[in-house]
Design a protein around this ligand. Sequence first.
Ligand code: DC
Length: 226
Amino acid sequence: MRRERPLIAIDGPVGAGKSTVAQRLARVLGCEYVNTGAMYRAVAVAARAAGISADDREAEPKLDALLKAARIDFLDGRISLDGRDISAEIGSPEVGESASRLSTLAVVRARMRDLQRAAGARGGVVMEGRDIGTAVFPDAEFKFFLDAGAEVRAERRWRELAARGVAITREQVLAQLHERDRRDRGRELAPLRPAPDAIVVDASRVGVEEVVALMAQRVRARGGAA
Ligand code: DC
């Protein structure tokens, strides 16, 4: 099925500023915003409530059953699990870590991919994640890969967490970030990497406003705006 409007994929590692950039770009272009990291985080919340961990021997069949029964809804940056808004709860470093572990499993990736494809089917969506341009929508009209050095990303992430009152040091954030990078880039299924046709943007050098302006310009130049 042809999309009526473009699908804009923004992939990149933790802390590169994807969420801020993707949300603003969606607003500028009059598109919907979908945060796929939040969906994996919702899975982590559901798995924890059900007592399932990624290392369990029977993790895959248990998660398969759990995800078939669970209802994950997302709209305008809010996310709910079985009707309960879990947007605040999913922001913790523990949930992020658990989401990263669970995201290595095939059943989880398959289920998320189906949800994401349904969410983007008609286009007019800015979708951020790790594998949107490579695995979920390899045919996306626009693909951006937002990257930045580990120190810059750790600093940004630490500020975000500190602003939310999470007690954590910069060093701890940097160590967690290295670990998450290693897992997200090294996993077997849909590892984090730029699609061959992605435009790579280095967010260490350019500020958020500039990044958004650059992306919006690319989209409009090809007639992709609303
Ligand atoms: O973007 P985030 O930090 O909220 O994502 C949490 C984890 O979810 C991330 O470490 C890996 C996984 N993830 C993924 O595997 N694929 C995506 N498209 C988005 C997130």
